[in-house]
Design a binder for this molecule. Structure first.
Ligand code: NI
Length: 179
């Protein structure tokens, strides 16, 4: 297990699509090793999520966890390993919200995301995950899965006046919710 370097925006591989995790490699030492490194790296960086391409492995594997915190008092998302995910919007409603990303350190931007989605995928053992979620949980999943298609949140922004440095936009908040 190791904390791995997090690639930053500008790195070519961050903008390339990732490949599916092979179905015969669930519950494998290779997957355990990747997931341990991802979790350790996310915790070390105080992140709410991390996608494998952010540590240089272009495979369709993401993790996320949102602990209750002062900024999102009503939000908590259990620690989740999500492999080969699919997302289906359940309504056309878009919500604007602030996002940060460990690959875009020190910045925040407002991004519109679907408010209500169903997502599916597999856990580390290959068991099916199938959840219907809303709000911040839906936002985190869409952000992480975008990484698997080579998309970083600034590429989703429509109003660049809502893009800036965290210390300026939110001077009283610690950077604990990047992903
Ligand atoms: Ni991110």
């Amino acid at each position: 297990m190791a904390v791995r370097p997090i690639l930053k925006m500008g790195t070519t591989s961050l903008m390339q699509p990732s490949v599916e995790w092979p179905s015969d490699k669930f519950a494998s030492p290779e997957l355990s090793s990747l997931l341990n490194d991802m979790r350790e790296t996310m915790v070390d960086a105080h992140g709410a999520g991390l996608a494998a391409p952010q540590i240089g492995q272009n495979v369709r594997v993401v993790i996320f966890e949102v602990l209750e915190n002062p900024r999102y008092p009503a939000v908590s998302v259990p620690f989740t390993v999500l492999i080969n995910p699919t997302i289906t919007p359940l309504s056309d409603t878009l919500e604007e919200g602030w996002e940060g990303c460990l690959s875009v350190p020190g910045l925040r931007g407002a991004v519109e995301r679907y408010d209500h989605i169903r997502y599916t995928g597999f856990d580390a053992e290959g068991n099916l995950i199938d959840r219907t979620v809303q709000g911040f949980h839906a936002r985190v999943v869409q952000h992480e899965c975008d990484h698997l298609d080579g998309v970083l949140y600034p590429m989703r922004m429509s109003d660049m006046s809502k893009f800036g440095f965290t210390e300026v936009l939110f001077p009283n908040l610690a950077p604990y919710d990047d992903h």
